[in-house]
Each structure stands twice: as structure tokens, then as C-alpha cells.
Ligand binder design. Structure first.
Ligand code: G
Ligand code: G
Ligand code: MN
Ligand code: NA
Length: 253
């Protein structure tokens, strides 16, 4: 229906863009990376959140061409920043379940990386726990992706299921602690304990930790005290269009 038919036209009409949210290295306070977040500025509907259109894109299969555009655009943009001598950092993109289990994902990704000229270590793929149905199959896909040279993050950690088995079996570089656990760490002992335990667990498994939804200096202080590696959230910046992100980057230390 309407959303679907407009979504079908959105690609040709150039209505998609990527916004970038900085991720900060807790120790150096320098930029560590950026997460690319998809935005749809519809001529008819205005700005639509991915929460609204990604499910429709998944149901209709449109997520495949849209997701491919996201990969291409993130690689192109990061390569452009390298060529313009910005500090080098990985850009992460969010994969949806349908993309992860697409049979030619690895070939498509390799082709996109090659054509962009980006060193694949500067691309990171975020998957969510709820995506992973079968541990063995998912492990195999993730291993193939890792062979392409990209990094893998487990997004929204703690909100899914069978987390521990997945953490053990998947070749994950980063674990992103969901913002729902960060929100109340200043006032809620249980949340503090949960976050501290997730960080310890990840580090014991040689996985780096990224906290999401970091909004206050109290959040920063606690996460620092727990040796969380990377911080992301409105405290540093909301997701920004590429040009505004560049300005942010130039002003940041
Ligand atoms: O940036 P924002 O809070 O609006 O993002 C909302 C949700 O949409 C998040 O869960 C995020 O992971 C998801 N999302 C953002 N960009 C993409 C994308 O390019 N692909 C997919 N599959 N999900 C995305
Ligand atoms: O599911 P995923 O983690 O990919 O989505 C990240 C979402 O969180 C994006 O929609 C982004 O806009 C949002 N976000 C980023 N930083 C903050 C923050 O500090 N607080 C809140 N409430 N949301 C944030
Ligand atoms: Mn994400
Ligand atoms: Na998340």
C-alpha cells in the first residue's frame, strides 16, 4: 500500500541518505568510529524513521536493494574521507535478517568493497541477536564475512535471546550494549551491575565493548570506570548528515 509503493520509488528518487553518529574511544577521547544510520526523506511523507520502513522493506524484499545501497554509500563516503585526509576510522552499517541470510551476501559485499577501493578493515557490520535463528548457519556466514576483512558487531546486546551461546560461537569483534541498560545506570544498581557484568564477560572473551545511548557525563564516568572501550550517544553527538558530521569531526579535539 502507500508506504510500500513510495518505498519502491524512493531509491530512484534519491530519497535515502546516511547519517553518521560518532563513536568515542574511552581512553583517548578521540574518534573511534561512526555508525551509519539510514534516513528516508520522502517527498510525500516527510522524514520517516527506519523503525517504520525497515519492517516494510523486509516484508517486501526491498531491503535487499536498499541494504546494498547502504553498503555502497557507506564504503564510498568513508573512502572519500580517507582521500580527503580525515582521520581513518571504521564506519558500521546495520544488516537486517534478510540480508544476513541472502545467499550471495558475501559475493555482493566483496564486489562493493573492491569497487569502492576502501580497505575492508574500515567497514563494520552490525547484526542483532534476534536475527540469528540457527547458531551453526549464522557462525558460518559470519566467518565468511570476516574473511572479507570486515569487522562484526553484535548490536542491541542483552535484548535478544541465547546471548551467551552466540557470544561464544560467533566471530564477533564488538559487542554493543543496548541503550536500555545504559539509560538508568546513574540511579539503578541493577542496571549498573548488568552493564559491569556484560563488559567483564565480553572482555574475558576478547570482545571489545561499545556502549550505546550515552547521554550524560555520569554515564561516561561509570562506563570509563568499567573499562568500556567505546562510547556512542547524544552526549557526544546525535546522528548527523555527512557534511555536519565533518564539521563535528573538525571541531572535536
Ligand atoms: O537512527 P534510528 O534510531 O532512527 O534507527 C532506528 C533503527 O533502525 C535502529 O534499530 C537501527 O539499527 C535501524 N537502522 C538504521 N539504519 C539502518 C539500515 O541501514 N539498515 C537496517 N537494516 N536497519 C537500520
Ligand atoms: O538499533 P541501533 O542500535 O542500531 O539504533 C541506534 C538508535 O539509537 C538510532 O536510532 C539512534 O538515532 C539512537 N540513538 C543514538 N544515540 C542515542 C542516545 O544517546 N539516546 C537515545 N535515546 N537514542 C540514541
Ligand atoms: Mn546499530
Ligand atoms: Na543498538
Amino acid at each position: 500500500f502507500e508506504l510500500e509503493s513510495l518505498l519502491r520509488k524512493a531509491m530512484d528518487r534519491n530519497e535515502f541518505s546516511l547519517y553518521y553518529q560518532p563513536q568515542i574511544d574511552t581512553n583517548s577521547n578521540k574518534i573511534y568510529g561512526a555508525e551509519a544510520l539510514l534516513r528516508w526523506h520522502s517527498r510525500e511523507l516527510g522524514l520517516i524513521s527506519p523503525n517504520e520502513f525497515i519492517p516494510v522493506a523486509e516484508e517486501t524484499g526491498l531491503i535487499v536493494p536498499i541494504g546494498e545501497w547502504v553498503m555502497k554509500e557507506a564504503c564510498r563516503q568513508n573512502k572519500e574521507w580517507h582521500d580527503r585526509h580525515f582521520p581513518k576510522f571504521p564506519v558500521s552499517i546495520n544488516l537486517s535478517i534478510r540480508q544476513l541470510y541472502q545467499t550471495d551476501l558475501v559475493e555482493r559485499l566483496n564486489k562493493i568493497i573492491q569497487e569502492s577501493g576502501l580497505d575492508p578493515k574500515y567497514l563494520e557490520l552490525e547484526i542483532t541477536e534476534s536475527m540469528t535463528m540457527d547458531t551453526e548457519t549464522t557462525s558460518l556466514i559470519l566467518c565468511q564475512l570476516k574473511k572479507s576483512g570486515v569487522k562484526i558487531s553484535m548490536d542491541d546486546f542483552g535484548t535478544g535471546y541465547s546471548s551467551l551461546n552466540n557470544l561464544k560461537k560467533f566471530p564477533i569483534d564488538y559487542l554493543k550494549i543496548d541503550q536500555s541498560f545504559i539509560k538508568d545506570i546513574a540511579v539503578n544498581d541493577d542496571d549498573r551491575d548488568i552493564v559491569a557484568t556484560i563488559i567483564m564477560l565480553a572482555h574475558n572473551l576478547k570482545i571489545k565493548t561499545i556502549a550505546e545511548g550515552v547521554e550524560t557525563s555520569e554515564h561516561v564516568q561509570f562506563l570509563k570506570s568499567q573499562d568500556c572501550n567505546v562510547l556512542q550517544g547524544y552526549h557526544f553527538s546525535k546522528p548527523l548528515p555527512a557534511k555536519d558530521f565533518e564539521k563535528w569531526l573538525i571541531n572535536w579535539n
